[in-house]
Design a protein around this ligand. Structure first.
Ligand SMILES: [Zn+2]
Length: 89
């Protein structure tokens, strides 16, 4: 049997939780807006980014487009990047 959620909800402070489908959505590491669950996004070791934000940031830093691999975590709209430069450090 899995325990219920009563214990969790009772102890948390009241917050103005955004009551749309953004619960648990990560903030983009570049523009700091939430990344919607089904938005094209890049999951990097440093965080989650909108795909457009990541490409712009990456291009500005490395002067080349990132190698994005679709299908991260089984979701087609999620991308992982080959961070060869970072890993080589
Ligand atoms: Zn963004």
């Amino acid at each position: 049997m899995t325990p219920g959620r009563e214990g969790i909800e009772g102890t948390m402070d009241e917050q103005n939780v955004i009551d749309i489908d953004m619960k648990g959505a990560p903030a983009c590491g570049r523009c700091f807006m939430l990344v919607a669950r089904y938005a094209p996004q890049v999951v990097a070791s440093s965080g989650t980014y909108h795909r457009e934000c990541f490409e712009a940031w990456y291009f500005g830093r490395y002067r080349k487009r990132p190698r994005l691999i679709a299908g991260a975590h089984g979701d087609r709209h999620r991308f992982q990047v080959r961070e060869t430069e970072d890993l080589a450090a």
